[in-house]
Design a protein. Sequence first.
Length: 386
Amino acid sequence: MRLSRVVLTIFFAAAISCLQAQDQCELTLGQAADEFNAGHFYDIPGLLKDCLNQRQKPEWRQRAYLLLAQTYLLLDDPEGAERSYLEVLRANPEYVTNDTQDPIDLVYLSSKFTASPVFSLFGKIGPNVSIIRQIVDRKAFVGSIDERYILRPGFQIAFGADWNYDDNLSVALEGNFVFSAYKLESKGVFDHDVVEFKDQQTWARIPLSVKYTDDQGKYRPYGYVGISADILLSDRATFLYTDGTLNQTDGVVKMDQQVEESPVLNLKSKRNTFNYSWFIGGGLKYKLGLQYAFIDLRYSFGMTNLVNTNNSIYEYGMGDRTSADFQGTGEPTMTWGHIDDYFRMDNLFLSVGYVYPLYKPRKLKKARSRSVLRSIKKQKHEVTGD
């Protein structure tokens, strides 16, 4: 108990000391600003030195280094001004000078630097549905069979990085784990039977896209288009077979039904492992300080037939066709009356995620000075009226 009190006392003493130091440095910064306004430029770096060596809030460091940058400009010390402005961007990577309010020499200095992120990391998660597009309609048995594909929910999780060409245009590379599913319902098998086929896939997908993003405001819409390499990791299915039989009792005809469910069947050998797709999407980013939360909607168009046409009934690569293992590969067709249509799979993805930009304050190889010169000419024109 006594030890806890000692620890709490030390903690509160340290917190109070930190607050007092911050208050003192706030007074020091105010004094430095007064010295600047009075034209006493040489005293300012020494006045701020001790506080700058302490751990200060980013907002304080931004104001202090802005004052130092202007001071060094007036002292004709370009290297000191550049070092100071670089620290401004480290304190606040999104700081931008104002052409109409800031001194023009500071605006010109800012045109030599940027802190825009070269890379941004992101992660996202959300639900999806799979849309089946038939290429060839196939049936295991002759007859009038009513088939329909039914949507089932899946989900995905993804991580990736944006390489930012500029403030608007970027290239994104992702790694996605996708769990997709669909159901095929067949009515009229052997006239009265119904077969429900539920199929679930696990994918590793590697999408590559080009993205355009609005770089202004709290809410920033974006859109993109890209291609994806899609690797099928597993495919497992179950069948629910409803055997319907017409029986007549006392002159009344009724349908008796017997339901049987299959074990989980591995259909990986009946699928093509390597596939590809293209996609289009967009979303909205919401600015949270220096990071972003976002919501994203994507539609992916499958471009390959998922069915392995060589193994769609039996797995012929197994060798001995009289073996029990070989005969077992035909169970979906021979036992449950199912044969895959040739089909492509589309996906609709809805995701929420988070973006973490890797800001990099740096000096540009080529200053963006043209806009500054235009601003100078505009201000001169407004003053002189020429």
